[in-house]
Design a protein around this ligand. Sequence first.
Ligand SMILES: [Zn+2]
Length: 262
Amino acid sequence: MYVMRWNGEQCPGNPCRFIRNIQNAMNSAHWQSQERLQKWNKDRDKINWSLFQDYLNYESKPLQRSTNPKESYMKSFKIKLFLDELPMMENMYKRNKKKYKSDICQRCLKNVETNNHWIEYQDNEVSKYRLIYDMVSKILIKVNNFTEHKVQELTGILNKNKDKEDHEIKPLAGIMTKIAKREVNALGKEIKGKRNFCCYVLHKMNKNLNKHIWKRRCIYIAAISDELIQEKTESEQQETREENINEKRKEVIDRTYRKMDI
Ligand SMILES: [Zn+2]
């Protein structure tokens, strides 16, 4: 008579059921170790989801029977930024490894182009801090509530990735906790007609991020890929070719920025 053994021990009960149980345990372990789930579970109940919904629908009327391309564009940008699904090199490469040869950033040719990378890229027209600082100043000047101290305080909150109680927040993607929202709203207390000051600020910040950083990055990538593909086909010596490419890159960057400034 044969007896089924597992790691030197005799298997209990029905072998068929035993195998099925092991399979189930393995699948469940695999499912729970997925990175995406870990990312989502963390501090999820602390996040202010109703604020997130208001932020997504800011300036748009989701129940209306008509659409507006501008609204739809901003909403899709917000959602893709939140889900890490913007068409940056990291994602393009993951989707189609035949078409995209690597996930390296096409501007600096050094690092993988992730959300953090394109937002904090050193040659961006404005830094992330400056972007938020200018936006906050503009808003506070507009509503006659400007003091340097207030601007710095608000910029400080929006630049962090933790709130007062150490819960994770992501202001650029519209993810705030109740505490962080209260802090922001406290700074906009005197503003008439802006009950949800925090939502307004988050929307403006995202709009500026799109206009000053993401759009420029996209125009640059479109320009550079056309010009550099031609470069690659020529069989010059490696070093001189790379020098040429670098010069060309600078040219394209300058031209892109001029185009955006008009
Ligand atoms: Zn880069």
